[in-house]
Design a protein around this ligand. Structure first.
Ligand code: 5GP
Length: 188
């Protein structure tokens, strides 16, 4: 679905499918260049389920660098439009990352809590390097202690949906990104 299909649920359309694809392509070019001298071992992309599914699929296909696609799932207890702050791992990687180059692929960084937890967890496994790419970043993320090397778009501090990001399980398959109209939460 695209923005026009759910226009009445959005208070603002932020980015179209094409704008997102163009930006991910630019980041892929940058990542290819940055990893060109590390081609002795394939890069490991670590996506965070479920939100990073779209950005992972798009980034991986735009890269010319060989890469493995791995997934982790982290629960932040609770639901709705704010996170609870308590994290626990739900699904781990299926490979040993000791001595490997890792690129974490995130959908969105809000407080940065999920990301710091994940990066600390990955660093403790002795990888050669850990860098982070995110499709979207909110202003709060500035307080996050983790350096984010590749950022698709800096967006306002509002609850957004689309491009893998859901509300109550919906809108992940929206190709663009928009701000969810608060009347949608009110409906329950
Ligand atoms: P953080 O730990 O950085 O505060 O939050 C990260 C997670 O919260 C994201 O991976 C995402 O699942 C969820 N999240 C944060 N902001 C939004 C948003 O605006 N929309 C949606 N749908 N999820 C969000």
């Amino acid at each position: 679905m695209d923005i026009a299909d759910v226009a009445s649920d959005l208070s603002q359309a932020l980015y179209s499918d094409q704008q997102i694809q163009d930006r991910i392509a630019q980041l892929a070019t940058q990542i290819d260049a940055d990893y060109a001298d590390r081609a002795d071992q394939d890069l490991i992309l670590v996506g965070v389920l479920n939100g990073a599914v779209m950005v992972m699929a798009d980034l991986a296909r735009k890269l010319k660098t060989h890469c493995q696609m791995e997934w982790m799932a982290i629960s932040s207890y609770g639901s709705g439009t704010t996170s609870s702050g308590v994290l626990r791992p739900l699904k781990d990687l299926s490979v040993d990352v000791t001595g490997r180059h890792i690129l974490v692929v995130e959908d969105i960084i809000d407080t940065g809590l999920t990301l710091s937890y994940l990066v600390d967890n990955l660093r403790s496994r002795g990888p050669a390097s850990v860098e982070v790419m995110t499709a979207f970043r909110k202003p709060e993320a500035i307080k996050c202690p983790v350096d984010v090397k590749y950022v698709g778009f800096d967006i306002p501090a509002q609850f957004v949906v689309g491009y893998g990001l859901d509300y109550a399980g919906r809108y992940r398959n929206l190709t663009g990104l928009g701000v969810l109209d608060p009347k949608v939460y009110a409906q329950g």
